[in-house]
Design a protein around this ligand. Structure first.
Ligand SMILES: Nc1ncnc2c1ncn2[C@@H]1O[C@H](COP(=O)(O)OP(=O)(O)OP(=O)(O)O)[C@@H](O)[C@H]1O
Length: 351
């Protein structure tokens, strides 16, 4: 049996909208227009024990809403889900003991106390035996390189150190399933790297299942092997990460600065079909370049005397996801035969 089974899960929020101003506030007292938002619409997927899955999508796609339903914080409007064999929103005690959730924007640590006091509180809540508690704490603190900081007041820790303590507090009861919502948000590069390395080795060593949402492609690539892309509340892609990149375009972003403002026609003449201008501001140029064309474009940039400086970056995840979404919408307009051949193409990429 899969550790997570989701069948046609949907969540619709009902809310009210009020225009600004006193007149509208007065009207709102007597007449409120009820609106609906379909945050998640009939999604289905399974996740197996030990998988590390990225749950990704643009802002407002429905990621947090789905995680909240899978952890029992929200009731769905319709559909079914089974997590660790339980229906999450029934919130059985045994279910709560076996998963953990870490939210980059929410803390479970007591601000004025040292982190080890909050972690100790979790020991009491989960009724962890002394020896097991100490061994787990030592192991996690060593893996995350924060042993010397366990006794420091949480508000005196850096953002990265605090996130590492959050992870220890979440994992102290050795859950089989870990949900992470933007765990590297706002962290410096070194802390992001440490958190990613930790999650990867924790997943491999303990066979713990990880569901991760993040806007950083590096988090997704380094920690997970599978991605579920959600856009507009619907699943737009579910498969291996390398298949996702191949299927929807593996692009880089090349940023170029010229000595003088550039001429668009000139750039197209010089780079040909290898690059598409994504944005331009006076003497700077933002190019979208296919992975295979990077060598050619780099050579031409080196040879061009008008180029002052340039850099190559990963394409922002939001943009590849947007492309997936656009492509999926187009495909829905295609006939059945075309959709079937597209599905076969994706399957062959995954194989
Ligand atoms: N309590 C609520 N009432 C009304 N609408 C809501 C509520 N919570 C979420 N929504 C809406 O549901 C949609 C999905 O929200 P959700 O927070 O799941 O997105 P997300 O993919 O996590 O986005 P982000 O990456 O920005 O965190 C959004 O349009 C949001 O405005």
């Amino acid at each position: 049996m899969s550790i997570i089974e989701v069948n046609n899960l949907s969540k619709t929020f009902t809310y009210y909208e009020k225009k600004a101003g006193l007149r509208h506030s007065w009207r709102h007292l007597f007449h409120r227009e009820e609106l609906e938002r379909h945050a998640v619409s009939q999604i289905s997927f399974n996740i197996e024990q030990g998988e590390a899955v990225a749950f990704i999508g643009p802002n407002g796609a429905g990621k947090t809403t789905t995680l909240k339903m899978l952890t029992g914080i929200l009731h769905p409007t319709s559909g079914h889900a089974s997590v660790l064999g339980y229906t999450p929103w029934e919130r059985a005690k045994a279910f709560k003991r076996n998963f953990a959730i870490v939210m980059g924007q929410k803390s479970q640590l007591w601000w004025d106390l040292p982190a080890n006091e909050s972690i100790y509180l979790n020991k009491c809540i989960y009724d962890i035996e002394d020896r097991i508690y100490q061994d787990t704490l030592d192991e996690l603190a060593e893996m995350l390189d924060v042993t010397r900081l366990l006794g420091v007041q949480v508000r005196r820790l850096s953002l990265g150190e605090r996130m590492k303590m959050e992870i220890i507090a979440a994992l102290i009861h050795q859950p089989k399933l870990l949900f992470l919502d933007e765990p590297t948000l706002g962290l410096d590069y070194a802390s992001q790297k440490k958190v990613r390395q930790f999650l990867r080795s924790y997943n491999e060593q303990k066979q713990a299942t990880i569901i991760l949402t993040s806007h950083y492609m590096k988090d997704i690539q380094d920690v997970c092997s599978r991605a579920i892309v959600i856009a507009g509340g619907k699943i737009a892609f579910d498969g291996r990460i390398d298949a996702m990149k191949k299927a929807f375009g593996d692009y880089k972003r090349v940023k170029v600065r010229f000595y003088e403002p550039w001429k668009e026609e000139e750039v197209y003449q010089w780079l040909g079909a290898h690059a598409v201008v994504h944005a331009h501001h006076g003497d700077t140029l933002d190019l979208q370049v296919e992975h295979e064309a990077i060598k050619t474009v780099s050579r031409r940039l080196i040879e061009h005397s008008g180029v002052e400086d340039w850099s190559i970056e990963e394409e922002p995840i939001e943009e590849s996801i947007e492309r997936i979404y656009v492509q999926q919408s187009k495909e829905r307009g295609l006939n059945v035969g075309q959709e079937q051949s597209r599905a076969a193409e994706l399957q062959s990429l995954e194989a």
